[in-house]
Design a protein around this ligand. Structure first.
Ligand SMILES: Nc1nc2c(c(=O)[nH]1)N(C=O)[C@@H](CNc1ccc(C(=O)N[C@@H](CCC(=O)O)C(=O)O)cc1)CN2
Ligand SMILES: Nc1ncnc2c1ncn2[C@@H]1O[C@H](COP(=O)(O)OP(=O)(O)OP(=O)(O)O)[C@@H](O)[C@H]1O
Length: 191
């Protein structure tokens, strides 16, 4: 099977899984707290890229308010034409949301460059590889941004190995409602 085919199959299965699993309010609180802490640890990150939820995805909307109240700038992706990197636009509480491509929605605020990007995903593995919707949007965006990329997901979205291509960008960390997964220690690391 080609990498493309195995990605397609995994994408289909993981979409169905994510829509079918019930999520408790406690899970939502734990995941939101974990992401907030991961962002707080990136102390010099002023501008944080989040997402406006798609069906079945963890709902980060409470986090947007928390980050805004904590004095961070919040930006959300505008889904650009296929083949382009995402554009991030400033969000403020209650700002109008504009319908965009693939049933996404984005704020109508000014474009801004994030210092850290929270990345949605359908599947992940322990090596911090991710599978997304297949537009390649986050891979293209992270390739040009060169900033920390923190994946967020439910723990049960983990698979043994995500099929990867050369252009796939591994994440800096993945936060779930159970744990935050960070890169394994490398030989030669000072500490
Ligand atoms: N909340 C949220 N916003 C996001 C993303 C995301 O994953 N979550 N994206 C993450 O990249 C970007 C846009 N996402 C995309 C959504 C759908 C397709 C897409 O190709 N959809 C096909 C069906 C694909 C399939 O069923 O396999 C379609 O609608 O025809 C591509 C990118 C930016 N905004
Ligand atoms: N840095 C890049 N430059 C050019 N093309 C890219 C780049 N990254 C990904 N692509 C293209 O995007 C397409 C989709 O990639 P992939 O299947 O890995 O998407 P995904 O990571 O699941 O989706 P997303 O990042 O939107 O959530 C691929 O066909 C690939 O050719």
């Amino acid at each position: 099977m080609t990498i493309d085919q195995s990605k397609r199959d995994l994408r289909r299965d993981q979409k169905a899984l994510r829509l079918s699993r019930p999520v408790s309010a406690e899970d939502v609180r734990r995941l939101t707290r974990g992401i907030f802490e991961a962002v707080a640890n990136a102390t010099d990150a002023v501008c944080i890229a989040c997402v406006w939820p798609l069906p079945g995805e963890p709902d980060l909307r409470p986090l947007l308010y928390n980050l805004h109240e904590a004095g961070r700038r919040v930006v959300l992706p505008e889904t650009t034409p296929r083949g382009q990197a995402l554009a991030f636009r400033r969000w403020t509480p209650g700002c109008p949301m504009v319908p965009g491509r693939f049933d996404t929605a984005h704020p109508d605020g000014p474009i801004d460059t994030p210092d850290v990007v929270l990345v949605p995903l359908l599947a992940f593995d322990r090596s911090l590889n991710r599978l997304g919707y297949g537009g390649g949007y986050y891979d293209r965006t992270l390739a040009v941004l060169d900033c920390p990329a923190i994946g967020f997901a439910w723990s049960w979205q983990e698979v043994k190995t995500v099929p990867v291509d050369a252009f796939d960008m591994p994440l800096s960390a993945i936060v779930t409602e159970r744990e935050t997964i960070t890169p394994p220690k490398q030989k030669g690391d000072l500490w």
